[in-house]
Design a protein around this ligand. Structure first.
Ligand code: G
Ligand code: G
Ligand code: MN
Ligand code: NA
Length: 254
């Protein structure tokens, strides 16, 4: 596995970096935060998509040290923004299933927060719905401990997994991120719109904030405003940005 060997070296050779995709509030467009997204610049292949290398990182166990690096890097960056007098909002970091299952996850997160000095309220952990469906009781307990640290949690790719509604109610999460596949046709297909409306209603009924991902058009935005969706993320607003570009969007204190 050439890519696996090279991925192992990527960390120490500084080939990994993060981009930040902004998240905005509806209807006013206020910046709410960003999702940190991992990038690998391979010396020969150039930019390798996470869709290619995250599965390799998961199969090889490399996702554990790489995931810890992502967490540290995102928290350090957010702390720097705060120190510069900027308000980056809530910075979301994606966790893979293997990270969630580890006993040391809570220690890892709390020590990163302590080391970087980032207030926990600025960190959110995104957990794909596909991992949540496999949840054991112990994983649930771990998520509760994370929330006790003051970190918030979001269910990512919501609508693509099989979370039972009873289980959803027990999860210590504060946000649902509607998978971007559901954005297709919401502006002119009544059935597609019914699905997002139902997810938003479900989220609000459970007291959760709902984020629409993959918003690409003004028509999709209008549909989401009409459905009282709370937050949006997508190419209509901004692609994943290099850190200095995202910083330029952050508010200065009044
Ligand atoms: O950024 P892009 O759309 O190419 O990301 C593709 C996939 O890789 C998405 O599902 C995203 O959640 C995942 N991903 C991006 N960064 C990270 C990360 O730091 N950790 C994990 N586990 N997944 C990530
Ligand atoms: O699975 P996750 O939600 O973490 O995936 C985030 C990925 O979605 C990022 O890699 C980003 O590049 C991609 N993305 C963000 N906005 C859009 C969008 O508007 N349209 C599409 N097709 N992809 C998007
Ligand atoms: Mn995500
Ligand atoms: Na998602």
């Amino acid at each position: 596995m050439r890519l696996e060997r090279e991925l192992r070296q990527a960390l120490e050779r500084n080939q990994l970096s993060l981009q930040y995709q902004p998240v905005f509030a509806l209807p006013d467009g206020r910046l709410a935060g960003a999702e940190a997204l991992l990038r690998w610049t391979h010396p020969a292949l150039g930019s390798v998509s996470p869709a290619t290398f995250i599965p390799i990182a998961e199969d090889s166990g490399l996702i554990v040290p790489i995931g810890a690096w992502v967490l540290e890097q995102a928290c350090r960056q957010a702390r720097q923004w705060l120190d510069a007098g900027l308000d980056p909002g809530v910075i979301a970091v994606n966790l893979s299933g293997m990270q969630i299952q580890r006993n040391d996850l809570v220690d890892t997160v709390s020590s990163v927060l302590a080391r970087t000095g980032l207030p926990a309220c600025h960190l959110e952990l995104e957990i794909s719905e596909s991992y949540i469906t496999r949840h054991a009781e112990s994983d649930l307990q771990r998520l509760g401990q994370l929330r006790a640290l003051g970190v918030s949690m979001a269910i990512d790719d919501f609508g693509t997994g099989q979370t039972s509604l009873g289980h959803l109610r027990r999860l210590p999460v504060s946000k649902l991120k509607i998978d971007r596949s559901f954005m297709a046709d919401i502006e002119h297909d009544a059935a597609a719109a019914a699905v997002t409306r139902a997810i938003i209603g479900l989220g609000h009924g459970l007291g959760l904030t709902v984020v629409a991902e993959g918003v690409e058009s003004a028509a999709q935005e209008s549909a989401l405003v009409a459905q009282h969706c709370d937050l949006v993320q997508g190419f209509r607003y901004a692609r994943p940005l290099d850190a200095p570009v995202f910083a330029a969007l952050c508010a200065r204190p009044q």
